[in-house]
Design a protein around this ligand. Structure first.
Ligand SMILES: NC(=O)c1ccc[n+]([C@@H]2O[C@H](COP(=O)([O-])OP(=O)(O)OC[C@H]3O[C@@H](n4cnc5c(N)ncnc54)[C@H](O)[C@@H]3O)[C@@H](O)[C@H]2O)c1
Length: 250
């Protein structure tokens, strides 16, 4: 247990599973209070219970991040429960429809942009309002390697993640003078339930795209998020940090 985030309050969306769960658990290990949020009530509550059992002050709040009203309620609940919001990880996301651009459905496009991009704007908007009042805060948006490069068959996801990187840079410039740091993280392919929709041969092909020779682990992404939120990263804002086993270096 490293108590460097003792007394600070964190909020993680999509924290019932995968990367978000690893981030929430690591925030707890660093001494922070944790608001666990997800649309999955059962698994989300389990993560909050796991944190509480380890001595962390933790709560679960169900919020669908594609709904701005629920994002506002989530931020308010966090402040009501813990008295502040110091660190936020806007992580919730889906893989979305897999189709070439000309075949991509209109509904599929709306869905991926709502869940993976509009959600980040909604969360930022309400998180920033609290952090501005406090005079401090750090935010990490969960982008992807696909926030830097394209890939065939996933135009909606790639667009959402690229948009998120631009939004991160813009908000970072706007709020750097207000003592609020905002960064994006770009994981390579990480072995989480998000990849369960992919057939095993595709998963094997994906491994070949990472020079390190394997998929990443959620905990390896979480370490970067916690560092970016900590005072150790006090001069880091508006940046995009890959954590990708060398994917983007090829
Ligand atoms: N796994 C990867 O290879 C990978 C790579 C790069 C980026 N990412 C990004 O990391 C983030 C987390 O992905 P993961 O791999 O942990 O996936 P995951 O499926 O394990 O977890 C995602 C969580 O988000 C929740 N969620 C989905 N829609 C939601 C909504 N509308 N409101 C609130 N919660 C919602 C799900 O219930 C789930 O608990 C996503 O933004 C994803 O795009 C993942």
């Amino acid at each position: 247990m490293n108590n460097d985030l003792n007394g600070k309050t964190s909020l993680v969306t999509g924290a019932a599973s995968g990367i978000g769960k690893a981030v929430a658990l690591l925030f707890g290990q660093h001494g922070a209070n944790v608001m666990v949020s997800d649309i999955d009530q059962v698994q989300g509550q389990q993560v909050a219970d796991q944190l509480s059992a380890a001595g962390t002050k933790a709560r679960f709040f169900r919020a669908d991040v594609s709904d701005p009203v629920q994002c506002q309620q989530l931020v308010q609940e966090t402040v009501d429960a813990f008295g502040s919001l110091d660190m936020a990880c806007n992580n919730a996301g889906i893989g979305g429809e897999l189709n070439m651009t000309a075949d991509y459905s209109l509904d599929g496009w709306q869905q991926i942009i709502n869940v993976n991009l509009n959600s980040v704007f909604f969360c930022l908007k309400y998180e920033l309002a609290v952090m501005l009042k406090q005079g401090s805060g750090t935010i990490v948006n969960m982008a992807s390697i696909l926030g830097q490069v394209g890939t065939a068959g996933s135009p909606g996801y790639v667009t959402a993640k690229h948009g998120m990187v631009g939004l991160t840079q813009t908000a970072a410039i706007e709020y750097a003078p207000k003592n609020i740091r905002i960064n994006a993280v770009g994981p390579g392919y990480i072995d989480t339930p998000l990849l369960s929709q992919l057939p095993p041969d595709v998963k094997q092909q994906l491994i070949g795209l990472h020079p390190i020779g394997r998929l990443g682990k959620a905990e390896e992404v979480a370490e970067l998020v916690i560092w970016l939120c900590s005072d150790k990263a006090s001069f880091v804002t508006g940046s995009y940090y890959p954590v990708d086993g060398g994917y983007l270096a090829r």
